[in-house]
Design a protein around this ligand. Structure first.
Ligand SMILES: Cc1cc2nc3c(=O)[nH]c(=O)nc-3n(C[C@H](O)[C@H](O)[C@H](O)COP(=O)(O)O)c2cc1C
Length: 325
């Protein structure tokens, strides 16, 4: 399939694997890129620019196809070494960066000068327009359904995507709730040039995470995610578990007075415990409503091939047949 996104990134299928903390290691990114999509290494999981350099080099050994790096700009008391991460990305010859969180305007001149294409993840039309204005090449439009941080506007993709199409000149991909060929065709219909998936890629053979996480995703339904940290205006969609129950109880008790310190035990540093040790009640981990559409753990290639076959069938048979009748 050819879209503006496959052309821009030099990939075969318009499917991107979004950055995922403690999931987006070289194994994940290489598997997606080898299957014809765009794999992305999560920069901050590597903690230091030197570790990221090693991870990029590992990925290069696993694939000769294009892959990208995610750089998430979070408000932090002690910020990560962002200039160092940017330098490493450029020095290692990475040509695609997915930015997320705060507006990446400060790093744009460096990436532009190095010929790096930037796709910024946005949860609103106004942030998407801002990304376009500061020179981003594309945006990933993340609807309310998404795993991770959906923002505070709560606009689902059935509205957000066509609104983005009305306002943007640069291409965008649909993100949040994407799982299969139906999602891809719907996304294209609503104006997107492809789709970005997070949660769905976790339930694959190659995802370098504990089997307990994959089993939890297959078992979960669309009713099993919760929104935490809303009173902090840092809303995150996570899979419900005992740790999440504690966060929600604390938020209920303290209302708008709840502080990050009140829930730190369930949100700070829990990813390694969950993703690597499989301790499923350790705390909050990002997960989309799309869990309800995940029923198996295929290889990445099986998943991507299935998506493309299904999408082509829907377009070429179902829709074409309806239109012709
Ligand atoms: C476990 C997990 C961790 C994530 N970590 C990050 C991250 O570090 N940076 C980021 O930009 N997005 C992160 N995301 C968001 C994804 O890149 C993607 O935008 C989101 O998962 C799309 O929604 P979906 O899960 O419905 O596919 C994460 C998502 C998940 C499920």
């Amino acid at each position: 399939m050819k879209t503006k996104i496959t052309e821009m990134f030099g990939i075969e299928h318009p499917i991107i694997q979004g950055g995922m903390h403690y999931v987006g290691f070289a194994e994940m990114a290489a598997a997606v890129s080898n299957a014809g999509g765009l794999g992305i290494i999560t920069g901050l999981t590597q903690r230091t620019p030197e570790n990221l350099r090693k991870e990029i080099r590992r990925c290069k050994e696993m694939t000769s196809k294009p892959f990208g790096v995610n750089l998430t700009f979070l408000p932090a008391i002690t910020p990560p070494d962002y200039p160092g991460f940017v330098r490493t990305i450029i020095q290692e010859g990475i040509k695609i960066v997915e930015t997320a969180g705060n507006n990446p305007s400060q790093v744009m001149p460096f990436f532009k000068e190095a010929g790096v294409k930037v796709i910024h993840k946005c949860t609103s039309v106004r942030h998407s327009k801002k990304a376009e204005a500061i020179g981003c090449d594309a945006v990933s439009v993340d609807g309310f359904e998404c795993g991770g941080h959906p923002g505070e506007d709560d606009v689902p993709n059935f509205i957000l995507l066509p609104r983005a199409a009305e306002e943007l000149k640069i291409p965008f991909v649909a993100s949040g709730g994407m799982a299969d060929g139906r999602s891809l065709v719907a996304a294209l219909s609503l104006g997107a040039e492809g789709m970005n998936m997070g949660t769905r890629f976790m339930a694959t053979k190659e995802a370098p995470i504990h089997q307990n996480v994959k089993d939890a995703l297959v078992k979960a339904t669309e009713l099993d995610t919760r929104l935490i940290m809303r009173p902090l205006r840092n809303t995150e969609r996570v899979l419900n578990n005992a740790g999440v129950d504690k966060i929600l109880a604390m938020e209920k008790e303290k209302g708008t007075n709840v502080k990050f310190e009140d829930i730190i035990a369930q949100v700070g540093g829990v990813y390694p415990k969950i993703m690597q040790q499989g301790d499923m009640d350790a705390g909050a981990w990002s997960c989309g409503m799309v869990a309800g559409l995940i029923h198996d753990v295929p290889t990445v290639k099986e998943l991507i091939d299935r998506i493309m076959t299904e999408a082509e069938d829907i377009i070429g048979k179902r829709l074409k047949g309806m239109a012709a009748a």
